[in-house]
Structures are given as C-alpha cells and as structure tokens.
Ligand binder design. Structure first.
Ligand code: SF4
Length: 253
C-alpha cells in the first residue's frame, strides 16, 4: 500500500477509535482495563483533562481542535467540516455568536432552518424568544452573552441530532466552552443537557436545579422551541432564569 493509503487507513482507524471511546465515555466508562485500576485521585484529573485537551495526545485528528487558542482559531479548524453526515445537507456551519469572554453562555441543540440560512444560532421564532429572555427577562444584551449549539449543522427536517453526530461535533462545543470559560451555562433542552451532563435523566427532572459542568455552574431549562409549542411552561423557564439572575447578582451566596 502507498504512504498516502497508509495514512488514510490510519486516519480512519484513529477516527473510529476516538468515536468508540467517546461512546464509551458517554455511558460512563472512563478507563480501558489494563492491569490495576487507576488510583482514585486520578479520576478528577481525567475530568479536568477532558476540558483542557490532553485527548489531543491520543487523537491526532482532534489535536488542532484542542490546540486552538481563540474562537477564531477553532472556527478555522472546523473549516468546511464533513466529520459527520450533517455536513452534506447544511447551508452554513452555525458556529456560535456573542461575547467571547461572556460570563453567561447559552447552549442549544442545533440549528434550524433560519439559523442554517443565516449562519447564526437562535435567529428564528425560537431565537426571538431567547432574545426576549436575555433582554427583557435578564436585562442583558444579546451581545453580552455567548450562544452556541451542540451540533453546528442543521439536522434534516429539524430532526433530533443522532448520537454519532453529537459525538462528532462535541469536541468543538467543549473547546468553545473552554475558550469562553463562562461562569454560568444555561443548557436549553434535552440534547444540550444530555450532552453536557452525560445524563439520561429527563429534563423535566433536571431543570430548575444547579448542576456542574467541569466546575462551571449549569442550569438546565426548556428549549425556546419547546416553549413555542407549550407556552404554559414559560413560567417554569422564568423560575429557572430568576435563579440564574440571582446567581449573577451574587444573591445566592
Ligand atoms: S455537525 Fe459538527 S461534526 Fe458534523 S459536519 Fe457539522 S460541524 Fe462537522
């Protein structure tokens, strides 16, 4: 086989291994048994490393992602991404928008039709509702916060993102969070919560309570698109948002 053939085969193997390990990790398996179990203290080190990027030592195809020092560099690494099957159907990659040093970060599920066409997250009807939450509810400007999604390309017909798509795009989101380093994350909807907390607990049980994503306070709440279909639950989201406002204002201390 030629050198380029070897490289292509190696790249395929590395990608398969990375996805396999990501799947293992998503179901809570952190180690591959080899001799003695790791010392208990190293568990927290592994968690830290997930965010800070030592996976790059193992996964050469992800190394550029983990080495990106700015959001612009990260966007350049993503390039014209075709790492999952969502790449072929999109109009624009919807990377993220807002203050790169925001204290508050909103994370949704994935782009819809309007977002796909405009290349910006949360610009359709659900986006207008999120903007109202930010501006009218929280008294902030949209440009004060940072907004991103779990997957950066629109799933066809707005279907739910599939596990392999989430796994492929997740490193970009993790790096975005690492670069923005918000104090608080508001996870919008089931997929964002599941991706960030690695939990299968229904969002109805998780919302309204503080959780931790690598030391960052995380508040799960309903997705604005869900609220458009279930306006009666807006009051629940408002309760969640009031808790975040209190935290921002230091009233929970
Ligand atoms: S969803 Fe993410 S991983 Fe998939 S093609 Fe788009 S940018 Fe790449």
């Amino acid at each position: 086989m030629s050198v380029s053939g070897d490289r292509a085969e190696l790249a395929t193997l590395v990608t398969s291994l990375r996805r396999h390990l990501q799947r293992q990790q998503r179901v809570g398996i952190r180690f591959i048994a080899q001799g003695e179990a790791p010392p208990k203290d190293s568990l927290s080190d592994i968690d830290e490393n997930l965010l800070s990027g030592t996976e790059s030592d193992l996964f050469s195809d992800s190394s550029e992602t983990y080495q990106a020092k700015t959001l612009e560099e990260l966007r350049a690494v993503i390039g014209d991404c075709q790492r999952c099957k969502l790449g072929s159907g999109r109009t624009h990659i919807v990377f993220g928008v807002g203050n790169p040093k925001a204290k508050l970060m909103f994370i949704g599920e994935g782009p819809g039709r309007d977002e796909d066409l405009q290349g910006e997250p949360f610009v359709g009807r659900a986006g207008q509702l999120l903007t109202d939450i930010i501006t009218k509810g929280m008294g902030l400007r949209r440009e004060d916060v940072y907004i991103a999604n779990v997957v950066k390309c629109r799933p066809p017909e707005n279907r739910n993102p599939e596990p392999d798509e989430v796994a492929s795009c997740e490193p970009f989101l993790k790096k975005q969070i690492d670069l923005v380093r918000p104090e608080i994350i508001i996870a919008l909807g089931k997929f964002a919560v599941q991706a960030l907390l690695q939990s299968k607990v229904p969002i109805t049980k998780l919302r309204g309570n503080w959780h931790s994503y690598h030391g960052i306070k995380l508040m799960p709440t309903f997705h604005p698109a869900y609220l458009l279909r279930n306006p009666g639950d807006k009051k629940l989201v408002w309760e969640d948002i009031k808790k975040v406002i209190k935290e921002i204002n230091g009233e929970n201390a």
